[in-house]
Design a binder for this molecule. Structure first.
Ligand code: HEC
Ligand code: HEC
Ligand code: HEC
Ligand code: HEC
Ligand code: HEC
Ligand code: HEC
Ligand code: HEC
Ligand code: HEC
Ligand code: HEC
Ligand code: HEC
Ligand code: HEC
Ligand code: HEC
Ligand code: HEC
Length: 455
């Protein structure tokens, strides 16, 4: 390096000396012209700065000036009084060496206008491709930089990597993008692409357009989101928005932490409805502890209950908590999908048991006599009818059955809540009937094969 500089300085010094010596010598006009022709336009006096930039345009590096500017011997002779003619059609000039950009779906307006010099320096610059400024800064000479002023800025946009996504000249896709929809994002987010492609269920907007949720440049919320769950979700899921606004019994899961994302994955899943886990596992992932309701009353630990009680109700065996509960909230107590009375006694009406009768036959409690509608009968006498179907003090199903599970057959309860008491039921099942010795009356038996009742 040092040697080169020394040699270069030497040559320049010698040239300068020779120049002063020979310039004294009288020469003919013709001689002068031919001499000047071969001389570079870049001299200590003239255009000294041209070609000194970090990135120099090919023809300038080769000392070719006239190829763009044309010949102007007068200018050389008398630069002060003979201006260069400006280049008439700059883009045509560029295209005389560079292949013209193909007409595609999108052409950037300054390119359309032939304004190559809006972005490029014709001679050279401090930036690659002789660009006039670095990355985004150049784009922001025309575009509003508000797009990157959000609190959370996307990696490539933050470092001015606009051309990672946008073609500066012409493109096959709208907004001069290099690719369309998720494909654009997948060019970098290869891990995400792999996970999504492997998944059984992909959220529709994810397979269509990542930017329906993420801003590609910046946004006020983490991950360049315009809003967080639940607001984000509810911008599209209007029916859920209406539902959440109308429910009187809200589910704590939606009010806390990540809201919808407590249960759903925003992108993909191997479980239907984009759930994070198998539905029951998900419920029990939270309901593995006691919660306090707003009124201070506890919500019991369901996981513990199911571990301690082994006779499961059908839908629990099927792991279907949502068969009865609406995870998004409800107008019924305990976020139940259908009405079910919260009380021990309730005047009878079929509607009161809409929940149970969404799966079971309501004839269970409608016919006073039966030989097949229920096994809870004494001879032909329907004991479900007897206990439940009463104008006053009809017993609700919870008087005898646990809803989720118990350690008794037919998930009969161990004990009945009665005021502050827990009255034991002592249910005993037999081949043709059963008995109970509840706190409310002495032992009662029923037998399907006997006509005589002991009630
Ligand atoms: C690739 C084409 C091209 C080449 C080669 C080229 N120029 Fe230019 N030059 C331009 C363009 C385009 C402009 C802007 C002209 C305009 O706006 O009309 C320009 C402008 C200029 C200007 C005006 C002042 C300025 O810098 O904007 C000078 C002086 C100049 N060139 C000198 C040179 C010299 C000396 C060379 C050779 C070392 C050279 N040019 C080679 C295209 C070129
Ligand atoms: C006389 C022919 C010629 C003209 C006219 C010309 N260029 Fe070039 N340009 C070249 C050459 C040669 C290179 C160097 C190519 C290389 O390094 O691969 C180059 C390189 C470039 C590069 C950098 C490309 C790269 O891959 O590094 C850009 C940008 C560019 N020119 C823009 C322009 C613009 C804008 C104009 C019009 C103002 C223009 N050129 C006019 C010959 C020309
Ligand atoms: C809006 C700004 C802008 C305008 C206008 C523009 N360019 Fe470019 N050009 C760029 C940027 C940015 C790059 C670098 C692309 C990259 O990094 O991949 C580039 C790269 C180039 C290159 C080299 C790489 C390639 O794509 O071949 C050439 C040649 C080029 N431009 C020529 C032109 C010509 C000719 C014009 C006018 C018709 C023009 N540009 C107008 C921004 C612009
Ligand atoms: C010389 C000014 C200028 C520069 C520099 C410039 N643009 Fe543009 N760009 C425009 C104009 C004018 C439009 C037409 C639409 C508009 O007015 O927003 C446009 C349109 C666009 C569009 C499409 C907008 C739409 O709504 O369809 C995108 C994307 C874009 N530019 C990106 C860029 C990027 C990226 C850069 C930097 C590499 C850049 N621009 C540099 C002037 C410029
Ligand atoms: C990760 C890819 C990506 C990067 C990086 C990126 N953009 Fe964009 N840009 C997009 C997408 C996608 C759109 C279209 C958004 C839409 O349609 O909703 C867009 C749209 C635009 C628009 C049109 C106006 C708008 O907001 O819709 C402009 C202008 C623009 N980008 C400029 C830039 C500039 C300047 C940079 C660099 C600071 C940049 N972009 C970086 C992907 C990107
Ligand atoms: C040019 C490469 C590139 C492209 C294209 C790209 N990204 Fe990124 N993205 C990055 C980089 C780099 C980061 C920052 C590194 C990180 O946090 O993982 C990032 C970060 C993100 C983040 C935040 C991740 C986190 O953990 O904080 C999201 C969300 C994101 N990108 C979404 C998108 C979307 C949506 C698209 C398509 C519109 C897209 N990206 C296209 C490179 C890219
Ligand atoms: C329905 C809205 C939505 C769509 C569409 C969407 N995302 Fe997301 N994305 C989110 C949310 C919400 C988060 C925050 C994740 C969380 O907290 O679980 C996120 C987070 C991310 C993250 C960072 C955290 C992570 O999971 O790695 C990346 C990267 C990402 N998204 C990329 C993408 C890509 C790529 C696409 C398109 C293929 C896309 N997103 C489409 C809503 C969306
Ligand atoms: C850009 C609009 C949009 C946003 C934002 C959005 N979704 Fe969706 N979502 C849809 C569309 C469209 C469907 C498909 C509906 C259909 O097929 O009927 C869907 C379907 C769903 C489904 C049902 C999937 C299935 O398999 O049936 C769930 C669950 C879901 N979204 C949850 C969410 C959650 C949680 C969020 C917030 C993180 C969210 N969505 C944000 C548009 C959106
Ligand atoms: C406690 C867990 C949980 C939370 C929190 C939750 N969901 Fe769901 N979501 C489910 C389950 C389970 C299903 C499937 C069962 C069903 O049909 O209800 C579902 C189904 C859906 C569906 C499919 C259509 C439907 O109703 O069956 C959409 C859309 C949906 N949820 C959106 C949301 C949105 C938006 C939020 C946030 C406001 C949210 N979910 C919060 C558990 C949850
Ligand atoms: C993210 C944790 C979380 C998940 C997942 C979750 N829950 Fe909850 N759930 C709660 C909290 C917290 C409460 C108590 C606070 C409240 O409801 O006000 C609650 C209350 C309940 C209640 C009592 C409601 C009332 O008004 O008394 C029922 C029933 C319930 N959840 C069922 C379910 C079912 C079924 C699932 C699965 C589909 C589920 N939960 C998933 C957190 C969760
Ligand atoms: C057959 C319908 C049904 C199914 C299936 C069901 N539940 Fe329930 N659940 C109820 C009823 C009815 C109540 C109210 C019980 C009562 O007060 O007698 C209730 C109450 C609850 C409560 C509130 C407990 C309390 O202490 O107040 C939680 C929590 C709960 N269920 C969670 C679950 C979970 C988790 C699942 C799935 C493992 C599930 N439920 C399945 C009907 C059902
Ligand atoms: C989502 C559907 C569904 C709902 C709602 C439902 N059940 Fe069931 N129930 C079943 C299924 C399935 C079985 C199992 C039937 C079988 O094994 O033949 C069952 C069985 C029973 C049994 C008999 C248990 C056994 O071991 O044979 C009783 C008792 C019972 N349910 C009571 C109720 C009560 C009380 C309600 C209302 C609080 C109710 N069910 C609501 C689906 C439901
Ligand atoms: C007074 C106690 C009691 C009440 C109240 C009660 N059941 Fe039962 N139920 C039983 C007994 C005991 C059995 C077991 C019969 C047998 O198999 O011997 C039973 C069995 C069942 C069965 C299994 C099929 C059958 O009929 O044998 C279903 C389903 C059922 N009950 C649903 C309900 C529903 C729904 C309600 C509320 C509308 C309800 N029960 C109220 C005591 C009761």
């Amino acid at each position: 390096m040092k040697h080169k500089t020394i040699i270069l300085l030497f040559i320049v010094a010698v040239a300068a000396v020779l120049l002063t010596v020979f310039s004294e010598r009288p020469i003919s006009a013709q001689q002068k012209a031919t001499e000047k022709q071969t001389e570079s336009c870049i001299t200590a006096q003239c255009h000294a700065k041209v070609g000194k930039e970090k990135f120099v345009h090919g023809p300038i590096a080769a000392g070719e000036c006239t190829i763009c500017h044309g010949e102007s011997p007068k200018h050389r002779d008398d630069p002060k009084n003979n201006k260069f003619k400006p280049i008439k059609n700059i883009s045509e000039k560029c295209y005389s060496c560079h292949e013209k950009f193909k007409t595609k779906k999108f052409t950037h307006v300054p390119v359309q206008d032939g304004d190559c010099l809006a972005c490029h320096n014709a001679h050279g610059s401090e930036f690659k491709f002789q660009l006039k400024a670095k990355g985004g800064e150049m784009c922001f000479t025309c575009h509003d930089d508000a797009i990157v002023s959000g609190k959370f800025v996307h990696g490539p946009a933050a470092v001015g990597g606009c051309v990672a996504c946008h073609e500066p000249h012409t493109a096959d896709y709208a907004k001069n993008l290099k690719a369309e929809g998720p494909e654009l994002c997948y060019t970098c987010h290869t891990e995400k692409a792999e996970i999504i492609h492997k998944s059984q269920f992909v959220h529709k907007p994810v397979s269509e357009k990542c930017t329906s949720c993420h801003n590609p440049h910046s946004a006020s919320k983490q991950f360049m989101l315009e809003a967080e769950s639940p607001a984000l979700c509810l911008t599209c899921h209007k029916d859920k928005k209406d539902q959440l606004a109308s429910v009187t019994v809200k589910h704590g899961a939606i009010d806390r932490d990540k809201s919808c994302l407590n249960c759903h994955d925003a992108h993909n899943s191997n479980i239907a409805k984009n759930l994070l886990m198998e539905p029951m596992d998900m419920c029990l992932n939270c309901h593995n502890r006691e919660y306090k309701r707003e009124n201070g009353k506890p919500v019991s630990d369901m996981k513990k209950w199911l571990a301690e009680n082994t006779d499961y109700h059908g839908p629990i065996k099927q792991k279907d908590c949502s068969g009865c509960h609406n995870p998004h909230g409800s107008t019924n107590f305990r976020i139940l999908r259908y009405y079910y009375p919260p009380t021990f006694y309730e005047p009878f009406s079929v509607e009161n048991y809409n929940l149970c009768f969404s799966c079971h036959e309501k004839t269970l409690v409608l016919n006073p006599e039966t030989t097949k509608l229920t096994n809870f009968r004494n001879g032909n006498m329907n004991l479900h009818f007897l206990h439940v179907n009463k104008a006053v003090k009809g017993r609700t199903c919870r008087a005898c059955h646990e809803t989720h599970a118990s350690n008794y057959p037919k998930h009969i309860r161990e004990a009945v809540p009665f005021g502050g008491w827990e009255l034991p039921l002592n249910f005993q099942k037999t081949d043709s009937g059963g008995s109970c010795t509840p706190g409310c009356h002495k032992i009662k038996k029923y037998d399907r094969e006997k006509k005589e009742a002991n009630l």
